[in-house]
Write a new protein. Sequence first.
Length: 115
Amino acid sequence: MKLAIGKVLQAKGVSQTRLAEALGLSTSYISLLVSNRRKPSHEVLLRMANFLQVTVNDLFADEDEGLLEQPQIQQDPVQLDDEIIAQLDLLTEQEKQLLLAAARGFVSQRRGEGR
């Protein structure tokens, strides 16, 4: 099931920034939740539902509403860069190390191909 947090926020007249502040979370994390690119913990869902005065079920989309489609990737390079930076902030230290190792491998491979 996909989240329908954006619809709930709109219906309640609450901004993503306000929700982030109320829950002590970053606005970039809330944005990822709203766009269904990140899944919240049960604790975050409960806190969100409590703050918005809705049930946890209200935070999920019905399949008939068409919200199960994958979000479109932004084509604007600046927005994409901002999106990548926001996602990097959410990585654990272990995930950052894995990403760095993959990037180093990619760079090494490219250097080998360029010779």
